[in-house]
Every structure is written in C-alpha cells, then in structure tokens.
Design a binder for this molecule. Structure first.
Ligand code: UGA
Length: 433
C-alpha cells in the first residue's frame, strides 16, 4: 500500500483482515512509527481495533523503504493524495509521480500496479508508460485502475463491503490479478464492473461530481425556499419518496467540504478544459458556487441575529470537522464560517468532539473551548455547523441557562425547531422559515 493516509491505512488494515499479507509504505517516519505501534493517526471509527488485531496476526507491517516494498508486493496499490494545486483548479499529482518514479526502477519481478488515488483521466496511461520505460520487469508489470469510493467515518465498512468494485484494465491478466486481490470481497456478493483504464478513472470523479451536484441542487432549492418562506426539509422529504430521486445526499444545509468533493469537481473541470470538453462540465462551476454561497448566507444570518453588530459579540461554533465522525478539517465549511466571523470582528469560540487538534494547528487565531457548554457560555449566538450526535442531542434548556442570548442557527437542519423554540430560543436555519 503506497501511502498510509485515510485511504491507504484503511485499505492496508482491511486487506490484512481479509487474510492478505500487507506492507504499508509512507514517506513520513512518524506516521509509520505510530501505525506500527497500533495507533491510527486520524479519527476513524473502528479502524484502530482492527489495526491492532491485524498487526498482532503478523499479516500487517509498515515501512518507509521503497526497496522493501518492491521486493514484497505482488500487487502495489497507489493510495497517495491528489490535493488541489495552489491557486489552480487542477489536481496536484506530485505525490503520484514521486511514488511511481521511485518505485518503478526497483520493480524486478512480475507484479500489478493498481491505482486507487483519485486522478485526472489519462494519468493511469501516463503511469503505465513511465513504468514500462523504467521498470526492469518491463511488460511484466501490469497497470490497472481500481478507484475507491470509501467515505470517511465509514471507511472500514465501505472497504470491506463496498457498493461495487471497479476494475479498469487493458488485459485479461490485469482483470485476473484484481479478481484475486478482491476474491473475499467478491465472494461476499459485491458487484464487479470491468472497464478500460479511462472509464475507471472517470467513474470516480463522475461519482463525486454527481454527489456534489445532488447536494448543491437541494441547497439551490433552499435558497428558493428562503425567498418564499417554504421549508426545504419538507421539500426534500417529499422528493425523497420518488425512488428515481432518492433521499440520500439530499440534505440541505451548509453544504459540502472535505478533501474530496470540492477539489474533485474542480480538478474534473480543469481536466475537461484540457480535453476541449469544458462546456460539458460548466454546470459544475454553478455547483461549486451554490455550495460556497451557503457559507456566505450563514454569515449573513449570524449578522442579522446579532443586529448587525459583530464587535464584542461572542459566537459559539459547534463543529470544526467537515462532517461528523471525522477529524478532517480540509475545506471545512464550519471553519470557513468561523474564520469569516472572526475576521468580521466577532469573538468566535469553536468546539468539536474530534477535530480540535487539527483545527488549532491550522487556525491558531480562533479561540477553542473544551465542551459544548464551555463554548456556549456567555454566547450571544450559537451556530451548529457540523451535525455531531452530541450536538443533535444537546438539551436546549441546559444551553439556554449558560448563553447570554438564546439565538441559534442550525446550519445542518439537524435540530427540532419546536423543541428549541419551546425552550425559549430564537431558532433559524438554512432553507426554513
Ligand atoms: C466522498 C464520497 O462520498 C466518497 O464516496 C468518496 O470515496 C470520497 O469522497 C473520496 O473521494 O475519497 P467524504 O468526503 O468522506 O466522501 O464525505 P461525504 O460523506 O461524501 O460528505 C461530503 C460533504 O458533503 C460533507 O461536508 C457533508 O457534510 C456534505 N453533505 C453530504 C451535505 O451537505 N448534504 C448531504 O446530503 C450529504
């Protein structure tokens, strides 16, 4: 497993739990030391016990040595990150090509190189020619593409029981290698879709583009609801009964963030431009814009509830992670809103059950509290921006006693408005009257 971030570490542990011998590689020795010690360096429910179990079984090890990896692997899974480039929409492929160019000259025996990282279509083909040109094993290294659809927070279950497996191959040999590598998962009933390399790379970005579009669709409806005093949660509920539409990813609120959806739609647009089909994806510009407008709307609502005065107003921000059950703060809508309010002059206090350490490092200027109650203490306004269970279940009567003024904006449509209003709160939400 090349790369031990969310994807690589989870995949390494899960493959070892299925009975394979796994070696995980990372260039960060600190990460390798922690993983070897049975510690998961990020928050992912269920992963740490499985890591310990598989380490104890002797089937899982970690290393920083490419030589060891080249010697070890029948299948090399590429799991490195492909973040957005600075000041550009395109994906930064530095980690991908560093891994490929370091490993390829060391590949002396037949093996499969399986890409899992999310890449612009055409990358797999470029990797294949680089490997063919520099691997001593030459044609005996088969390049295939096996996109990954796991969600953070459900990573173990999504890896062991995925909705589908996609194998992008250009030979029987490649397909056979993938079928063997996923034999236990396939035996569990997971459907397999075999495609060419280009289609497999596109499946991943198309899936994320569709999910982002669905979220922005309902958030666009929320804007219309706001102008008409309609209720987007009821609208969404009614739509969801149409099985052609379905209710998943139709939850209106502060919109999508994270290390995947935002950068993937932008990289997809950038790649479409290079391919001369930018018009096909122009709608994604709007998907992105709708999503970002929700953050601006949240700031406006806060301002409205504070009678246009930000200075010396304390705002409790509940949530820092980009979604619940994660400590990931990459492109977090919650921290974006917190920063905008901080810059507008408010006294912003942030609390999150899991993402505090990451938030403190990345946003040192914000103030942090150790609990919901501490954050809410003396607040003139409470904003629920990431829908952790602990916030959904918060007792409005208890919070009302510690705040300076009982004002709340439910940025994720996660609370029961009647319950909060009955406890004396002024309750506002995105897309609801
Ligand atoms: C996403 C995809 O769901 C995975 O299938 C994919 O493998 C992954 O990206 C990736 O490319 O690696 P993830 O980023 O973990 O997974 O998060 P999601 O659960 O998709 O949520 C993304 C964002 O959308 C979150 O900020 C969430 O709060 C927001 N969201 C989700 C909504 O605003 N409304 C919804 O109805 C659903």
């Amino acid at each position: 497993m090349l790369g031990t971030g969310y994807l690589g570490a989870t995949h390494a542990v899960c493959m070892a739990s299925l009975g394979f011998d796994v070696l995980g590689l990372d260039v960060d020795p600190a990460k390798i030391a922690r993983l070897s010690n049975g510690e998961v360096p990020f928050y992912e429910p269920g992963l740490e016990p499985l890591l310990r179990k598989t380490l104890a079984s002797g089937r899982l090890r970690f290393t920083t040595s490419y030589e060891e990896v080249a010697e070890f692997g029948d299948v090399h899974f590429l799991c490195v990150g492909t973040p957005q480039k600075d000041n550009e929409y395109a994906a930064d492929l530095d980690y991908v090509y560093t891994a490929v160019t370091t490993l390829a000259p060391l590949l002396t025996r037949p093996c499969t190189f399986a890409g899992k990282s999310t890449v612009p279509v055409g990358t797999a083909e470029r990797i294949a020619s680089r490997i063919a040109a520099s691997a001593p094993a030459g044609d005996d290294v088969e390049v295939v593409w096996n996109p990954e659809f796991l969600r953070e927070g459900f990573a173990v279950d999504d890896t062991l029981h995925p909705d589908r497996l996609v194998f992008g191959v250009d030979s029987q040999r490649g397909e056979q290698a993938m079928r063997e590598a996923f034999a236990p998962v396939i035996a569990g009933g997971t459907p397999v879709v075999v495609t060419d390399l280009a289609t497999a790379q596109l499946v991943k970005v198309a899936a994320n583009a569709f999910l982002a579009t669905k979220i922005s669709f309902i958030n666009a409806m929320a804007e219309v609801c706001e102008a008409t005093h309609a209720d987007v949660t009821k609208l969404s509920e009614a739509l969801s009964h149409d099985s052609r539409i379905g209710g998943r990813f139709l939850h209106a609120g502060l919109g999508f963030g994270g290390g995947c959806l935002p950068k993937d739609i932008r990289a997809f647009m950038a790649r479409a431009g290079e391919l001369g089909v930018d018009q096909a994806l122009t709608f994604l510009t709007e998907v992105d814009a709708i999503n970002l407008r929700r953050r601006a709307r949240m700031v406006d609502l806060a301002r409205e509830l504070l009678d246009d005065t930000m200075a010396h107003r304390r705002i409790a921000i509940l949530g820092a992670a980009f979604k619940p059950n994660s400590d990931d703060i990459r492109d977090s809508p919650a921290l974006d809103v917190a920063t905008r309010l901080h810059h507008a002059g408010a006294d912003v206090v942030v609390y999150d059950p899991a993402a505090m350490d990451n938030a403190r490092i990345r946003y040192p200027d914000l103030t942090y509290a150790a609990s919901t109650l501490e954050a809410a203490h003396g607040a003139h306004l409470v904003l629920l921006l990431t829908e952790w269970l602990e916030f959904r279940e918060a007792d409005p009567a208890v919070l009302a006693e510690v705040v300076a003024a009982p004002n709340i904006v439910d940025g994720r449509n996660a609370l029961d408005p009647d319950r909060w209003r009955a406890a004396g709160w002024t309750y506002r939400a995105l897309g609801r009257p």
